[in-house]
Design a protein around this ligand. Structure first.
Ligand code: ASP
Length: 359
């Protein structure tokens, strides 16, 4: 304590230019923003996963749910979603309700005073007057960081949780993905030593960028990046993985990767970022999974997807025990509740309650 780095102690220009891992050091002290995957340590991920499980179990009983709802009933969260969202919005909103936080939301910036020419920064500062936390999704990469820096330098420095920014980061999706992997591999040694294949649009999928980084925190994880050439993972991500000493392979051969993988992380084509419909010219047929492929998968493998899906996962395999995407989605609510509670430093109350809880 005392020498923690704070956004109020650095200029925007200096902060903006820091490498990602160093940026993360500025979010550890209150107001504890969650902005990038690089801010998490393995110990923090493990604590959040354990807390998510406790919240999940406690909420199964009425008295447990009632207890959870008292925890943050004196807090309000602003959900500002300036990009389409179903799961992330609903899971954050459900996580808030689970913990008793009341929520206010703006889901369309056209309904805010931005249309009257107000700057996005002023709009957010306005929101901060009515809330104790801002959960935001924005099309502009880095905008959540800018907002967090700006609010940290006001007399109302409230936490900002990045619920998806541009094509660059989706730290809370990565957190729930880690929670899903941890639960899936609980009985077979956890995430260490596993192989994870990312498949689809890796160039513009922000969930892949965030999760690939978190996997560097585990031991002996091997990653496959499986995509058509035009949609392959960015050099900037590979540089980060190289620096972290992670083993990976960049390939187009999905058939060869399938039997070797412990997790297949499927993604859709992110054509909202197309400039001139270029995605339509890319053949993605061999980056899909259907019933025919199930035989070659490991029995313990899991198939994940941040959703929404298109054709990359056939609905025929939804009932296979290895299809994890619907459970993965539900895990988002528990993981996000754990994160919100930790943001306000109230996790000990759940830990104490759980110690006496009749499991
Ligand atoms: N829901 C995820 C996201 O917001 C994945 C996607 O949209 O394809 O990035």
């Amino acid at each position: 304590m005392g020498n923690e780095k704070k956004l109020s102690g650095i200029s925007w220009q200096d902060f903006k230019e820091l490498p990602l891992a160093e940026k993360g050091e500025y979010f550890q002290a209150p107001p504890c923003h969650t902005l990038i995957a690089q801010q998490f340590s393995r110990a923090q991920l493990e604590e959040l996963c354990a807390l998510a499980t406790k919240i999940r179990r406690i909420s199964k009983r009425r008295e447990g749910s009632n207890f959870l709802r008292t925890l943050l009933s004196d807090h309000r969260a602003m959900l500002y979603f300036a990009q389409p969202s179903s799961r992330t919005y609903l899971s954050f909103s459900s996580a808030c309700k689970l913990l008793g936080l009341s929520t206010i939301d703006v889901r369309d910036s056209k309904t805010s005073s931005e249309v009257k020419g107000e700057s996005p920064e002023d709009t957010i500062r306005t929101f901060s007057s009515y809330a104790d936390m801002i959960i935001m999704r924005h099309p502009v990469g880095g905008f959540a960081e800018r907002v967090a820096w700006m609010l940290s330098n006001t007399n109302r420095p409230i936490p900002v949780l990045n619920a998806g920014s541009g094509a660059d980061q989706h730290p809370t999706q990565a957190l729930l993905d880690i929670y899903t992997l941890e639960r899936s591999f609980e009985k077979i040694g956890g995430i260490d030593g596993k192989s994870v294949a990312f498949v689809g649009d890796l160039a513009r999928g922000r969930t892949v960028r965030s999760l690939a980084w978190l996997l560097t925190l585990y031991t002996d994880v091997k990653v496959y990046f499986v995509a058509p050439e035009q949609l392959q993972i960015g050099a900037d991500v590979l540089e980060l993985l190289d620096a972290a000493g992670m083993e990976y392979e960049v390939t187009q051969d999905f058939a060869a990767v399938m039997p070797k993988s412990d997790a297949l992380y499927m993604t859709r084509i992110q054509d909202e970022w197309d400039v001139e419909g270029e995605s339509t010219t890319i053949d993605t047929a061999s980056f899909c999974i259907n019933e025919e492929h199930l035989d070659v998968l490991k029995e313990t493998a899991v198939i994940m997807h941040p959703l929404p899906r298109r054709k990359e996962i056939s609905t025929d395999i939804d009932n296979d025990p290895r299809a994890m995407y619907w459970r993965q989605m539900r895990n988002g609510m528990w993981a996000r509740a754990a994160l919100i509670l930790t943001t306000f430093d109230r996790q000990d109350e759940v830990n104490e309650y759980y110690a006496d809880y009749d499991k």
